[in-house]
Design a protein around this ligand. Structure first.
Ligand code: ADP
Ligand code: ADP
Length: 231
């Protein structure tokens, strides 16, 4: 069964007198081990869909099964727990803590899991190795390039062994050469078996994924549809 099963998902915002269908009857299945790009222009519903997939929000109608579990029926605590277990987040601006070293940043998700200090250190070094940054373990974020900081953030997203890596415009703050390197890291992780969902407005970036869907005015189209031509 797919790791993600989304069916007829709706999300509306009421703003003044107006109703915005941020997600309009969205259905999407993602298999374990896929590398999926979700592409759409600004305002198309990408963040809303990311918040939904990342268990930061619940569908108002429709169904979302994550690893077979029904997200819509969970309370806030259950939602937080499943988010921590199943999703590794990667953000445009890295979101690293500036006073912690690369290694300490990667250790963060393990702090609350009852993992011993020694195991935390070993797992985090392993994570930094996976993204080719083991020799920078003791550096602060300010001592690293943007691409290196994003590698640290990717290692942090990976370290708890989540079912899914969810990347929101991961190359949005990087130059094109560094963006290609980060995409290469993500491709390698995908080849190692990690399921990756990449959210972007950039077609060149989206094309690197194994599969592409596009979103426009809250509606999802498989293969990017005709919309890709207009982006
Ligand atoms: P994207 O991430 O693709 O830019 P969003 O998911 O942020 O798109 O937004 C989708 C639509 O929902 C837009 O029309 C946006 O203006 C609207 N929207 C998003 N968040 C809110 C909110 N909190 N209140 C009202 N409207 C919102
Ligand atoms: P944007 O794409 O609008 O710049 P971000 O990428 O910073 O926003 O965040 C996207 C969503 O993820 C937001 O709804 C935010 O609240 C949430 N978020 C940000 N940081 C974290 C985090 N460390 N853990 C979980 N959720 C987060």
């Amino acid at each position: 069964t797919p790791i993600i099963q989304i069916k007829n998902l709706m999300k509306t915002y009421k703003l003044g007198g107006e109703t915005v269908h941020a997600l309009n009857n969205v259905s999407l299945e993602i298999k374990k081990g896929e590398f999926l790009a979700i592409i759409g222009p600004s305002g198309s519903g990408k963040s809303t869909l990311m918040n939904m997939i990342g268990c930061l929000d619940r569908p108002e109608s429709g169904e979302y099964l994550l690893d077979g579990k029904e997200i819509g029926k969970m309370n806030d605590n259950q939602l937080a727990t499943i988010r921590n277990q199943k999703i590794g987040f990667i953000f445009q601006n890295f979101n690293l803590l500036t006073k912690l070293t690369a290694l300490e940043n990667v250790e963060l998700p393990l702090l609350y899991g009852g993992v011993s200090a020694k195991a935390r250190r070993e797992m985090s070094l392993e994570g930094l190795k996976k993204v080719g940054l083991a020799e920078r373990a003791g550096h602060l974020p300010s001592q690293l390039s943007g691409g290196q900081q994003q590698r640290v953030a990717i290692a942090r997203a990976l370290v708890g062994n989540p079912a899914i890596l969810l990347a929101d415009e991961p190359t949005g703050a990087l130059d094109s050469k560094t963006s290609k390197e980060i995409l290469q890291v993500m491709k390698q992780l995908n080849e190692l078996g990690h399921t990756i969902i990449l959210i972007t407005h950039d077609l060149e970036i989206a094309k690197q994924a194994g599969r592409m869907v596009s979103i426009q005015d809250g509606q999802l189209l498989e293969n990017g549809g005709e919309l890709v031509g207009h982006l």
